[in-house]
Design a protein. Structure first.
Length: 398
């Protein structure tokens, strides 16, 4: 095992919303505390880049789901893999040029086009699988910097769901000796990390809560020709359709016990179309459909917190800290506060802690790359369901 060293690492993230690329430059190094050695992370810079207009439709077309995606050829998938590699390299280069900070290592999550966290039968065997695109050799060659990529398969190979992988960052940055904390990320999919006060890393629990912005974005695009509901303004003009919400919450995923993970396979275009059809049976106002989709995200999170968090934390008060694109949706945050504050949660965003909400996942993959470079595990088995900690990812040398 190589000795810990302080490195500046670039983390690259593009999530299930497929709205663009986040790059975080993070300084990571060892730190000694009274409880032993840990890591210190300093966010040096963060930049966000929208996908080129021609690229986002190709990504969405390739995101396979259950009868959800059009047919995409092998040639198109190969081209998309390389085109994403070019886009990631350009995003890191632009960040380096703007900040004058050159990283020693890059961690690239890649673009998930398919994720099946639980085993299912196919071609005579049962197995789980995942696929992230974005050719790392192009990034390494373009920048002259080694790249760690393809993080999820190693966890799945030892029985995990390959998700969520952000809990290691949550633990390093947010564990507290006397305060219980829940870190809720709201990207295309929502996921949370539960950290009891003073907990050891193996006591951390994390899992996907269900749709985050995914259904809201799909309906905003379809009904208002907007890629997302900026600041929740459309939802604020509508009302939640309670019969639709009750029906939606009967979805099998919401009743599953953790560990569990979700994606477009459960809540993609097919689900959004079905959700909209039910909304239209109760209201012709498109604002009501957006409001109901927003309420589904808030209520699914609230029910998870109500059911699982207090027994795990044994705490009467909980810091509930939101990150991701959903942290910019004022209507969604208001719904969360309305439901969670009576449960003893103090709701805020990571911005209040000094970490921009949009930078968190990119910073997480910078940390995972650092761990891989030092031959250390990056998964937390209590979060993913893996049988053991394991080193994640592949290294592509420059």
């Amino acid at each position: 095992m190589s000795k810990s060293q302080t490195l500046t690492v670039a983390g690259i993230m593009s999530g299930t919303s497929a709205d663009g690329i986040d790059v975080a430059l993070v300084k990571i190094g060892p730190r000694k505390t009274k409880r032993g050695s840990t890591l210190k992370l300093d966010l040096l810079a963060h930049r966000a880049f929208p996908f080129p207009k021609a690229l986002r439709p190709a990504i969405l077309a390739a995101m396979a789901g259950q009868n959800d995606a059009p047919s995409v050829s092998t040639a198109e998938l190969a081209r998309l893999n390389w085109r994403l590699g070019i886009a990631y390299a350009e995003a890191v280069r632009a960040t380096v040029e703007a900040t004058k900070i050159r990283p020693a290592l890059i961690g690239c999550h890649g673009q998930t086009i398919y994720h099946q966290g639980s085993p299912a039968p196919w071609a005579g065997r049962r197995f789980a699988c995942t696929w992230q695109l974005g050719e790392p050799a192009l990034i390494a060659a373009a920048l002259g910097i080694p790249v760690v990529s393809n993080f999820r398969p190693a966890d799945m190979a030892v029985g995990g769901q390959g998700a969520p992988l952000v809990p290691l960052l949550d633990y390093v940055l947010f564990t507290h000796p006397t305060r219980a904390r829940v870190l809720q990320n709201i990207g295309g999919i929502g996921n949370l990390t539960v950290i009891p006060a003073g907990a050891a890393q193996e006591k951390v629990i994390a899992f996907d809560t269900g749709p985050g912005n995914m259904i809201i974005d799909a309906l905003s695009q379809r009904l208002f020709s907007q890629p997302y509901d900026r600041n929740g303004k459309i939802a604020a003009q509508g009302k939640s359709l309670e019969p639709v919400l009750r029906t939606a919450l009967k979805e099998k995923f919401f009743r599953k016990s953790p560990p569990k993970s979700a994606g477009r396979e459960q809540f993609g275009a097919t689900y959004a179309a079905r959700f909209l059809a039910i909304c239209r049976q109760h209201s012709k106002r498109p604002e009501d459909a957006i409001a109901t989709a927003t309420a589904l995200t808030a209520e699914s999170i609230a029910r998870v917190v109500q059911r699982w968090v207090p027994p795990l934390t044994q705490s009467a008060t909980i810091d509930f800290i939101v990150s991701g694109g959903g942290a910019r949706n004022a209507t969604l945050l208001a719904m969360l506060r309305n439901r969670l504050e009576p449960l003893g949660c103090s709701v805020t965003t990571t911005d209040a802690t000094g970490l921009p909400a949009q930078a968190k996942e990119a910073a997480a993959f910078a940390l995972l790359a650092y761990q891989t470079w030092h031959h250390r595990p990056g998964n937390i088995p209590s979060a993913t369901g893996a049988s053991r900690p394991t080193i994640l990812g592949h290294i592509t040398y420059a």
